[in-house]
Ligand binder design. Structure first.
Ligand SMILES: CC(C)(COP(=O)(O)OP(=O)(O)OC[C@H]1O[C@@H](n2cnc3c(N)ncnc32)[C@H](O)[C@@H]1OP(=O)(O)O)[C@@H](O)C(=O)NCCC(=O)NCCS
Length: 164
């Protein structure tokens, strides 16, 4: 698979079903309803990005501006199809989101990651490194207090500042 042939663009409602399929095929990700992905691809299109190769959806990042802190882009899920991994696609998608500057430049990116998700920590550490920014890690959703022991704890990764 050639990274040069990947098209990155804002998602549209018609992509929602295929995004849902991509996510359902990635065991590390919590599954979503198709309806949730339809909303991400329509209401949150400006802060989400889709990657396709010859019309096939191979990557997706859902995100939104935090309602009470709109300088922060919250990254909800990052998904790259198995066959498209390891060639910088997730990093490229994050860069595209940062470059959009709509409605205003992003000062920080936040996301949550489980302790054992090495690929995800590597992805966001690389983002911080490339931007000469800092990654601060803290517990946000606890296995016991928030997930009733049904899900591993989620750690907040806050990265920034990104300079305009
Ligand atoms: C995490 C994920 C999105 C990375 O996608 P990708 O396109 O392969 O990532 P990139 O090629 O842009 O790599 C970014 C960095 O992560 C590192 N990395 C990628 N996969 C890795 C893995 N399995 N283990 C350790 N490091 C990994 C790369 O080496 C690179 O770091 P470097 O530049 O310091 O070497 C992809 O593996 C995935 O979809 N995983 C399942 C879903 C998931 O866990 N999503 C994140 C939580 S929401």
């Amino acid at each position: 698979m050639d990274i040069a042939s990947v098209v990155l663009r804002k998602p549209e409602a018609e992509d929602g079903f295929f995004v849902n399929k991509l996510i359902s095929e990635i065991p590390e990700l919590d599954s979503n309803s198709c309806y949730c992905n339809l909303l991400q691809c329509s209401h949150f299109s400006d802060t989400s990005v889709l990657a396709e190769i010859e019309g096939e959806v191979v990557g997706f990042i859902s995100g939104y501006r935090k309602p009470n802190d709109s300088d922060v882009l919250f990254v909800w899920q990052v998904a790259v199809a198995q066959k498209a991994r390891g060639m910088g696609l997730a990093s490229k998608m994050l860069q595209q989101l940062l470059q959009r500057k709509v409605p205003s430049p992003v000062s920080h990116i936040e996301t949550t990651i489980t302790d054992d998700n090495e690929a995800s920590w590597a992805l966001f550490n690389r983002l911080a490194r490339d931007a000469n920014a800092t990654l601060v890690r803290s517990l946000i959703f606890d296995r016991c207090d928030h997930f009733n022991e049904q899900h591993d704890s989620e750690f907040l990764a806050r990265i920034g500042p990104f300079l305009p």
